[in-house]
Ligand binder design. Sequence first.
Ligand SMILES: O=C(O)CCC(=O)C(=O)O
Ligand SMILES: [Mn+2]
Length: 217
Amino acid sequence: MTADLFEPDPALAGGTRRLGAQALLLHGFALPWVDALWPALQVVIAQAPPRQLLTPGGQRMSAALSNCGAFGWVSDRRGYRYSAQDPDSGRPWPALPVSFLALARAAAAEAGFGGFVPDACVVNRYAVGARMGLHQDRDERDLSQPIVSVSLGLPAVFLWGGARRTDRAERMPLRHGDVLVWGGVDRLRFHGVAPVRTAVHALTGAVRFNLTFRRAG
Ligand SMILES: O=C(O)CCC(=O)C(=O)O
Ligand SMILES: [Mn+2]
């Protein structure tokens, strides 16, 4: 028997959508954490300001990126990799705030990934028009650990693809406070973000933030 993965699943709490055998969208899951997350995020981006990185191909990414945690994801002409230092300052990345860690662990556990201990959190800042092309998250050493991805501020359309770049990607609206978790058989699904549309959010202004937690090292 094969269940239709996109049908409502009576075993899931309201506001939760199954996107794959080991992928869930938890609508509004981060909302109770926002009062703690927001000031902590300001401290992180004051210490390590988001910047538009160069891809190995020489293109400037449209989303501006920072990191916190023991490892940060970086990109330049030499390639993609994790680094313990911020290349702009030469210093370690800001520590992972306690509220970030608590949210990431709770969301992972909700999706069946108990014991998740992220050591990297990518902070993506999207101004209006910024986007992220279809890609896989595959620079982490331990692919048995899931990805936890938190949306704050302006809404966006998330592109949820398959195991191959050419697989059709579903367009999925993400709102402030939504959390996606994917791992296991879904860990290498292609995904991306459509250009963020003009709007103003009460907390973030004309900006979308995304926090992506991984086990990198
Ligand atoms: O902004 C998002 O929702 C996704 C970000 C992402 O896929 C990444 O940072 O690898
Ligand atoms: Mn990604």
